[in-house]
Design a protein around this ligand. Structure first.
Ligand SMILES: Cc1cc2nc3c(=O)[nH]c(=O)nc-3n(C[C@H](O)[C@H](O)[C@H](O)COP(=O)(O)OP(=O)(O)OC[C@H]3O[C@@H](n4cnc5c(N)ncnc54)[C@H](O)[C@@H]3O)c2cc1C
Length: 295
């Protein structure tokens, strides 16, 4: 996942210098950084993101210079969705340490390894915020009675913030959260989500799909084997004319597209392309689908 998203036009993003209050390892490759913005609570909406400029970290100076030379362009800021909701004390971002697979991945990742493994607790860092239209509409209660969250891997981040915010504000729509992961150990916010489901049994339904889980005892009605498929969406979304879908996860990257053009082979659809295809096949209109792509 690699991209710098364009700031939304609604409010000009502001640069903040914040303290990393603590770093929590969530899975083997993913960590949540809790950011302290000081006395004044920052003004943002659940589901939005911040940008972090890798050039501020001296530890990345040489790698950044090398990558810039290789790629022939300045390394852009990286975007990170907020895992937190505005009522929470800290702004939280959850970052996945991008893989580098020799022979498959073109360059090593720049910023995510430092954010995840760099022991940044106590560090002062600069962030630019807050941006992005991946938020609930003001009149969500008039628009729908059912918010469907379709997320893969770290795509769970903004939806977790949106869900917590909606429940905190006691908004009426119920929520179905469908999460796609490789294994049970990869599921983000598992305990917090289960606790929300217990706390709001009429408002929150959690369903997992696991593509590479070897422990068969994990599977049940709420933990399905394989990928998200059309029949599952049909089962979970009976109200296809009135639901509001928030889909977030990896999509075909610009580099995949370039490679596809060069090799004249179509780029392999990723989570977002696949899921959007299913939603359209089920007749869910585009205006009912909000999307955040990390590709
Ligand atoms: C709106 C938004 C929200 C996001 N939220 C999150 C989030 O909550 N959590 C999260 O973990 N991530 C999130 N991301 C992704 C994040 O912004 C970074 O892209 C991610 O952390 C990887 O950054 P990196 O510097 O570690 O890796 P990068 O240096 O960006 O590299 C990532 C991959 O891209 C490839 N690549 C980079 N440049 C090129 C090139 N020129 N040609 C070919 N291949 C190239 C590399 O080989 C590598 O495989 C979000 C992205 C967006 C747009």
């Amino acid at each position: 996942m690699s991209a710098e998203a364009a700031p939304s036009r609604s409010r000009k993003p502001v640069e903040y210098e914040v303290t990393v209050d603590r770093v929590r390892m969530d899975t083997h490759d993913t960590a949540t950084l809790f950011l302290d913005f000081g006395e004044t609570p920052p003004d943002y909406k659940a589901g939005q993101f911040i940008n972090i400029d890798p050039h501020q970290f001296p530890a990345l100076g040489r790698l950044s210079a090398f990558l810039q030379e290789q790629k022939g362009r300045k390394e852009p800021q990286r975007s990170y969705s907020m895992a937190s909701a505005p009522h929470e004390r800290h702004v939280a971002i959850t970052v996945k340490d991008e893989e580098f697979i020799p022979g498959l991945t073109r360059y090593p990742p720049l910023l995510s390894p430092l954010l995840v493994h760099g022991r940044l607790t106590g560090a002062r860092i600069k962030v630019l915020g807050f941006m992005g239209p991946y938020v609930l509409p003001e009149d969500v209660e008039q628009r729908t009675g059912h918010v469907v969250h379709l997320v893969a891997g770290s795509g769970a981040v903004p939806n977790f913030g949106i869900l917590k915010d909606a429940l905190h504000r006691n908004l009426k729509p119920r929520h179905t959260v469908l999460m796609s992961n490789k294994t049970w150990g990869d599921v983000l916010y598992r305990e917090e989500l289960e606790s929300l489901e217990r706390q709001y049994p009429d408002r929150v339904r959690l369903v997992h799909t696991l593509t590479r889980e070897l422990d068969e005892s994990r599977f049940s009605a709420s933990v399905r084997k394989g990928r998200i498929h059309q029949a599952l969406l049909e089962e979970l979304i009976p109200d296809r004319d009135t639901c509001l879908v928030y889909a977030c996860g990896p999509a075909i990257t610009p580099w995949d597209r370039r490679k596809a053009l060069e090799t004249r082979t179509p780029a392999t659809p990723r989570f977002m392309e696949t899921v959007l295809g299913h939603l359209h096949a089920l007749g869910i209109e585009d205006k009912r689908i909000r999307r955040e792509t990390y590709g």
